[in-house]
Design a protein around this ligand. Structure first.
Ligand code: NAD
Length: 481
């Protein structure tokens, strides 16, 4: 039976006002299994009205009360982790274990983290120079949170939780490619009686309902995670009325391995950082730079391990890699692999679509692919592919490693592997990236600033940075004379 999703508007489950629907596909089988509301500006207007009406009460609740609501939502989600994980795995084609053990628990953690942060959010005072100054950080009003398909509930909650914690009312929009778990979260909010209109979730296409959120004159800020192309368009739209905007965009992250890299956990981590979630994580290391003296060793070990990764049904615990999220994305990644061949790249493994027998034979799978022999300014080494595709390049010294690492328009993350901590510190300061990991990858402390430079974004999320983004800062100066 086809699942029919709804939107959450003013505490009610609603279809699109136009009653139009979009097909939702299961990536592992390639079949349609759900219908998602195809909303437009009329739905955004209705969500805005509900959010605006809820704002006075929500924004004046003591932070500890707002925290209690976020905790209740986290508790409800935690009791349903298995259901949400199954839904996320089905909707995005990702291994069930990844959704169950990492992503849905992280969505719970996001809600809990910002619940606690709401109670700890403080502001500065300055005195002794010119009167007594104190800083107010006040909620903005109604804000828009727009998220992508790669980590659907994880990134959706990463935005809505700080927005709500800071006292705003939210209009959230998940990706139309993976709308199911945001819909389920909306249902959970209704079940626990989350205050009506505080959290609204609209569903549908980016250029239609997403753009309507961006363009709505009453919406005070846009927090967006997605592609650089769309982020740039959103920044342009927001510029007209100076709407506050936070952009978390694409990446082409370098992993730099020196010959003295500690081998403990090295190969496991390199493999994960290239192929976790089929390489569809903005933080994946898609360009591996290896010191020449260790090049052959690292390449051969990695290729041997990549060949052993099982690709197939995300529900089968024996498979480490599931499907790519959509037919269009599968075609895009296969096109990049063809381009790499045309640019003269040598494929060391993979490069082919995979058709697992049985239930998943119509799914959108690609084998883990490793390519060498391409220079830093080829399209393969400059453009975000966002699939299970890793390129290898060799370097001779620290300066060359740095030049290669920085030779892309992006600047999201980097991972450095060396036993020489002085060198690690030196390079960490010079790499164009918002996040640098040393001898690790994807370790996250939610208090740290998260985001990228160059074409990877504008602003930072995480901890205090997110609460500051979702508030207006006001200085109050009291004459003590
Ligand atoms: P996308 O830009 O196509 O879409 C992201 C979201 O924006 C979706 O909800 C979409 O419906 C919406 N959207 C599209 N056009 C819009 C418009 N004109 N106005 C408003 N909203 C619009 O991105 P995607 O394909 O869903 O996600 C993959 C991209 O996201 C990759 O580039 C990846 O690197 C990036 N990403 C970045 C981070 C980060 O933290 N920097 C994290 C995850 C993903």
């Amino acid at each position: 039976m086809t699942l029919r999703l709804s939107q959450l508007i003013g505490g009610q489950a609603r279809p699109a006002l136009s009653e139009a629907w979009l097909d939702v596909h299961e990536p592992a089988t390639g079949t349609r299994y759900a219908l998602c509301p195809d909303a437009d500006g009329e739905d955004v207007a209705a969500a805005f009205e509900a959010a605006q009406a809820a704002f006075p009460a929500w924004s004046t609740l003591p932070p500890s009360e707002r925290a209690r609501w976020l905790d209740r939502l986290a508790d409800a989600l935690e009791t349903r982790i298995d259901d949400f994980a199954a839904a996320e795995s089905r909707d995005a084609g990702k291994p069930l274990a990844l959704a169950r053990d990492v992503e849905i628990p992280r969505a719970v953690a996001n809600l809990r983290f910002f619940a606690a942060a709401a109670t700890q959010f403080a502001s500065e005072s300055h005195h002794g120079q010119a009167g007594l100054n104190y800083t107010l950080r006040q909620p903005l009003g109604v804000v828009g949170c727009i998220s992508p398909w790669n980590l659907p509930l994880y990134l959706f909650t990463w935005k809505i939780a700080p927005a709500l914690a800071a006292g705003n009312c939210v209009i959230g929009k998940p990706s139309e490619v993976t709308p199911v778990t945001a819909w389920m979260l909306g249902e959970l909010a209704r079940e626990i009686g989350f205050p009506s209109g505080v959290l609204n979730i609209v569903q549908g296409l980016g250029p239609k309902v997403g753009q309507a959120i961006v363009d709505h004159p009453g919406i005070k800020a846009i927090s967006f995670t997605g592609s650089t192309a769309v982020g740039t368009r959103i920044a342009t739209s927001c510029a007209g009325n100076l709407k506050k905007v936070s952009l978390e965009l694409g990446g082409k992250n370098a992993t730099i391995v020196f010959a003295d890299a500690p081998r403990t956990q090295l190969f496991e981590t390199l493999l994960r950082s290239a192929f976790q979630n089929s390489g569809q994580i903005c933080l994946c290391g898609s360009r591996l730079l290896i010191e020449r003296s260790a090049y052959a060793e690292v390449r051969d070990e990695l290729v041997a391990r990549a060949k052993k990764l099982h690709v197939g049904d995300p529900l089968d615990a024996g498979n480490q890699q599931g499907a790519l999220v959509s037919k269009a994305h599968h075609e895009k990644v296969m096109g990049h692999i063809d381009l790499a061949r045309a640019e003269g790249g040598k494929l060391l493994c993979g490069g082919n679509a995979v058709q697992p027998p049985g239930r998943c034979e119509g799914g959108w799978f690609i084998a883990p692919t490793i390519i060498e022999g391409l220079g830093p300014y080829t399209r393969t080494n400059s453009e975000e592919i966002f699939g299970p595709v890793l390129t290898l390049q060799a370097f001779d010294d620290e300066d060359e490693a740095l030049a290669l690492a920085n030779a892309t328009p992006y600047g999201l993350a980097a991972s450095l592997w060396t036993s020489d901590l002085r060198r690690a510190h030196r390079l960490a300061g010079r790499i164009d990236a918002g996040i640098v990991w040393i001898n690790t990858w994807l370790e996250r402390d939610l208090r740290t600033p998260f985001g990228g430079m160059k074409q990877s974004g504008l602003g930072r999320e995480g901890g205090q940075e997110a609460l500051r983004f979702f508030t207006e800062t006001k200085n109050v100066c009291l004459n003590l004379g």
